[in-house]
Ligand binder design. Structure first.
Ligand code: IVH
Length: 676
């Protein structure tokens, strides 16, 4: 190697070290293990010692405290900081309200009041006050664990350090948004793309004196953990926040009825440009806390709140081609390749056409001029065709009847419930036999909600597949690292890092494992239900003999569609091989139920008929919250049959025969120490 080559090599390493540092310090999301960074730094030191002409001001040997050390301490939130579901239009809002009505069994008689609050596009923070004193401030982090950014938060004028009000709770974590006003953003450092990034970057500064120079603002809007608070609605809570000395959003409103929500949304969207800070929608929260409590949470978001985003951005473009993508479940999805257009700051060159029926319904053809819409983070889609601009010679698009990947037949499933054929056409080949399905299955296997393997993104999975490094999920745990190390773009460091993250993920929870297998109709929720029911991986593997699958009917929420799909999964030989190989290299954790001290501990329930003022879903969640179990068959394992109005006679009679206790709603409520 000559001096020039040595220098190039050296600069590459410095660049890499800078990149690692950026992720570590700025984004607080390390992309490599600490050991990997140390190795790289060692390499750099070695080079600098050997070749005295190598010097660079960004070298990790020059900057003090450059070695990775966590900037901020991680702290678990007492109450998780969840995100919100999104609504984009009237239909979404109607569905939101309908679900609430159903869950609370309100039948639309009672009018639901909402607190409608402009959604500030900033960074959320949680401020913990004990006896009126601001004691700790956390960032959201991953929602479960945040970073201790107390010192930085203390520099924000809007955050009171001491609150003396009489009715201020003994302990409370006040949550709100840290942001920068648009005018202030113009005056600060140009290195940030928008006010949100600037707020995020400033909050993560290591040195609070730097943060203090940035005009950060804080608006409060909710709370997490609280001890001793006598407030019963969100709007009252907001009023109190103000009297306690917090800033609240001046555009907050109490509203009921979807029509009025829409009107308020429209007004705010029009006013958006005049408002001093960025807002990207309106958050609606069911106003009464007792209703919020009853509604509770689904997997990642509350049932009692939703974010109504501002309208989608759209643009006109031309379809240059229609390609067929094959998904993990064999679904053939047509995608329009369009002439690249800028939609709301993002260059779009693909738009989904959803399925075969959609193409027929909208008569979408190659060469058409179309309106493309991009709403929030959702994949852009074709809204409509401009028929006036259509070429006279254009031809109808013919949807392929064979899988473009493996050539197998395709078919549309018949839906027993709607008594119609599905809109989606699928490749009938079995799982891993179709190349495209197999690749998608592996991508799903390593995805965030499944094995969550860092550094094994979609592109890398495709690459490894093409190089025959992986063809089935278990291959991930037996990779040929020597070969990978020799690939372009890979080296010792990145391979060490990949090894590290794969090894870390060999220990997995049962629900994630079940979800990772990509069984059709078994999403995160159902995987959790199955895991909770089966408790151990051994029980799950035992399903393979076929006799136990029917028992899953006992799980409330698992129905014929899911059972059929699970059966199909276990009948497939390749799947069984995959399971047996995975069993050899993984450590699948058993399910430990946390709340088993509730009032209904060790008791099983079944519901029949209608309950008064309580929906099935709420009854189920109430039983589970109190450590009881729901089963959906009358059998010897059942302890109580809760019979509501118009209970099914057959169920009641079977219960009588089996001498199972039959109770009414009142008796059940009494078991929960509630009077109905
Ligand atoms: S309530 C579970 N209220 O939106 C309740 N959030 O996607 C969740 N946000 O992380 C928060 N304005 O950063 C709430 N008035 C408001 C909000 C708001 C902005 C942000 C917040 C949160 C995200 C939810």
């Amino acid at each position: 190697m000559n001096d020039k080559d040595i220098e190039i090599e050296y600069l590459k390493k410095i660049d890499l070290a800078q990149k690692y540092n950026k992720y570590y310090y700025d984004k607080n999301k390390p992309i490599v293990a600490d050991q990997v960074f140390d190795l790289l730094k060692k390499d750099i030191i070695k080079l600098e010692n050997k070749y005295k002409f190598l010097k660079n001001k960004s070298s990790p040997t020059r900057s003090v405290g450059f070695k990775p050390s966590k900037n901020f301490q991680k702290v678990k939130h007492k109450v998780p900081m969840l995100s919100l579901g999104n609504a984009f239009n009237e239909e979404d809002l109607n569905n939101f309200e309908k679900k609430i009505n159903n869950f609370l069994s309100l039948r639309g008689i009672n009018i639901i009041d909402y607190s409608a609050e402009p959604k500030i596009d900033g960074i959320s923070a949680s401020l913990i006050y004990v006896n009126g004193q601001f004691t700790k401030g956390l960032s959201r982090g991953d929602g479960i664990e945040g970073e201790d950014i107390t010192q930085n938060l203390k520099t924000i004028n809007d955050i009171p350090l001491k609150i003396n009000a009489k009715n201020f709770p003994k302990e409370i974590d006040i949550r709100g948004e840290v942001f920068i006003e648009n005018e202030d953003f113009k005056t600060i450092n140009k290195k940030f793309a928008n006010p949100r990034n600037a707020a995020s970057g400033s909050l993560r500064q290591k040195d609070p004196t730097i943060t203090s120079k940035i005009p950060l603002k804080f608006i409060a809007y909710t709370f997490g953990y609280v001890e001793e608070m006598n407030i019963h609605s969100q709007t009252d809570f907001l009023k109190n926040l103000k009297t306690w000395g917090f800033k609240i959003n001046p555009f907050n409103k109490k509203i009921s009825g979807v029509k009025n929500l829409l009107e308020n949304h429209k007004n705010l969207e029009e006013k958006r440009k005049e408002i001093a800070f960025d807002i990207d929608g309106v958050v609606y929260k069911v106003n009464q806390f007792n209703l919020q409590k009853r509604l509770g949470f689904a997997t990642n978001a509350p049932r009692w709140a939703i974010a109504h985003k501002f309208s989608a951005n759209s643009s006109i473009s031309e379809i240059t081609n229609i390609e067929i993508q094959i998904g993990r479940t064999g679904a053939l999805t047509p995608v329009a390749k369009i002439k690249p257009v800028n939609i709301g700051g993002v260059i779009v060159s693909n738009a989904t056409l959803h399925n075969e029926d959609e193409i027929v319904r909208k008569d979408i053809r190659i060469g058409d001029t179309v309106l493309v819409e991009r709403a929030g983070d959702v994949i852009p889609h074709v809204v409509s065709v401009d028929f006036k601009k259509r070429d006279k010679n254009s031809k109808k698009f013919i949807f392929p009847l064979n899988c473009p990947s493996c050539g197998s037949n395709t078919a549309k499933d018949y839906n027993d419930i709607t008594k119609k054929k599905d809109a989606v056409r699928r490749c009938v080949s079995e799982g891993y036999k179709c190349e495209k399905i197999a690749i998608e299955k592996i991508k799903h296997f390593v995805s965030k909600e499944a094995f969550n393997i860092d550094g094994l993104g979609k592109k890398i999975v495709e690459n490894f597949w093409n190089l025959k490094l992986i063809s089935l999920p278990q291959d991930i745990f037996n990779l040929n690292y020597d070969k990978i190390e020799r690939l372009e773009g890979w080296g010792k460091l990145s391979v060490t890092n990949l090894k590290f993250s794969i090894r870390q993920k060999k220990k997995i929870s049962l629900d994630r494992f079940v979800y990772s297998l990509g069984i059709r109709h078994i999403g995160q929720e159902n995987a959790k239900l199955i895991a909770r029911h089966l408790k151990t991986a051994i029980n799950f593997f035992k399903l393979a003999d076929g006799t136990n699958i029917e028992r899953l009917f006992n799980i409330d929420g698992i129905g014929a569609t899911q059972i059929q799909s699970i059966k199909k999964f276990f009948l497939n030989k390749t799947n069984l091989e995959v399971l047996s190989e995975l069993d050899k290299c993984l450590e699948i954790e058993n399910v430990i139920l946390i709340n088993n001290k509730g009032l209904l501990k060790n008791k099983t329930f079944m519901l029949t008929g209608k309950l008064n003022g309580v929906s099935r879903a709420e009854a189920k969640s109430l039983i589970e919250k109190n450590s009881g179990k729901i089963i959906s068959n009358v059998n010897k394992k059942l302890n109580y049959l809760i019979a509501g109005e118009k209970a099914t006679t057959k169920k009641v009679n079977t219960a009588k025969e089996l001498k199972i206790k039959i109770i009414n709603q009142k008796e059940w409520m009494e078991m929960l120490n509630k009077t109905s």
